[in-house]
Design a protein around this ligand. Structure first.
Ligand code: MTE
Length: 319
């Protein structure tokens, strides 16, 4: 007998917030200078896949185990509304991000590993089997998208790295080049952008290293040539344009944690019941739809990840 089980992230349309609430949010966003409709990209910034040495690997086969309860966000929204502070502390960084030079690009694996190594990005990508997954993407700023990412499980990178038993965390680092990325001249930020996860999180099936999106190599503004996707965590954990993975015994301090630990913690798991210090996390605007919907614990991925946090009482798991 076929038993159709509703996945944990399922949400009926009737659960969506009434339009009046959404309209208030639009008024707030307009007042605060945030315009999504006005953010759409000038023609020509969407990246041509043809000049990428791995372009032949796209589109990759979709892994249907990772599906969605909502429409995929139209690519034009994802290309035009980004957080990438290396290129500016606002959302319209797409044009500036075209200065990012993504070849040659080396990725270093070091720390508590059997043998440190440095690989060219094309060599690394070709060692992996790419697949497409549909993931939610929930920013701590209470907006969300649904993205068709292409990439490989983080667990495959861990396999390649062969960490020693002393490795308890993975620390990830973005490139540093203020001449290319003028945001890095803003010395009050603790560059380079750093993020971290426990080994258990990194080897969870959902942790995904992204090389592509929308069936082609990932665009520069979205974090080319290699970024993280951890859909049960707030988006700031999904570090872009990674150059280094260090396996460590100590918990790394991430970029935002360094800046404002009372607002952006190490764990940063999505939880609608734990507000940000300055706004509610109860609902999210689904970009490109005009809908505001209730946010779900672990962004709806509790079945896959809740067990990771079973014995961590006392930790600030949701900020
Ligand atoms: N990675 C780097 N290197 N620099 C950044 O500023 N911003 C983070 C994350 N990764 C950021 C980053 C934040 S706050 C979010 S919400 C996501 O990237 C945004 O990803 P998107 O632009 O693809 O939506």
């Amino acid at each position: 007998m076929l038993i159709r089980r509703k996945p944990g992230w399922w949400m009926p349309e009737s659960a969506a917030t009434p339009e009046s609430v959404f309209l208030n949010r639009r008024a707030f966003m307009a007042a605060s200078g945030v315009s999504i409709a006005g953010a759409l990209l000038p023609a020509g910034i969407a990246r041509a896949a043809g000049d990428d040495p791995t372009a032949d690997l796209y589109p990759a086969a979709r892994n249907t185990a990772f599906t969605l309860d909502r429409e995929v966000t139209e690519e034009k929204f994802n290309l035009a509304y980004n957080n990438f502070y290396e290129f500016g502390s606002h959302k319209q960084i797409a044009k500036a991000a075209q200065a990012l030079k993504i070849r040659p690009w080396e990725v270093k694996i070091d720390g508590e590993v059997e043998q440190e190594m440095t690989l060219g990005i094309d060599e690394l990508i070709r060692k992996m089997t790419l697949e497409e997954r549909l993931y939610r993407h929930r920013c701590v700023e209470a907006w969300s998208m649904a993205v068709p990412w292409t990439g490989f499980p983080f667990a495959k990178l861990v396999e390649l790295a062969r960490p020693l038993s002393a490795a308890k965390y993975v620390r990830m680092e973005t490139f540093q080049d203020p001449a290319m990325a003028p945001g890095q001249k803003q010395s009050w930020y603790p560059w380079p952008y750093v993020e971290g996860m426990t080994m258990a999180e990194a080897t969870n099936d959902l942790a995904f290293l992204v090389t592509g999106a929308y069936g082609k190599p990932v665009s520069k503004q979205m974090g080319a040539p290699l970024r993280l996707a951890t859909p049960w965590k707030y988006g700031f954990k999904s570090i872009k344009s990674i150059v280094r993975f260090s396996f460590t015994a100590e918990r790394p301090k991430s970029f935002w944690e360094e800046i404002q630990p009372s607002e952006y913690g190490f764990w940063a798991n999505v939880n609608p019941e734990v507000p940000h210090a300055r706004w509610s996390q109860a609902t999210e605007e689904v970009l490109g739809t005009g809908n505001r919907v209730p946010t779900q614990l672990y962004n709806g991925y509790g079945e896959q990840v809740a067990s990771l946090y079973a014995n961590l009482e006392g930790e600030s798991l949701y900020m």
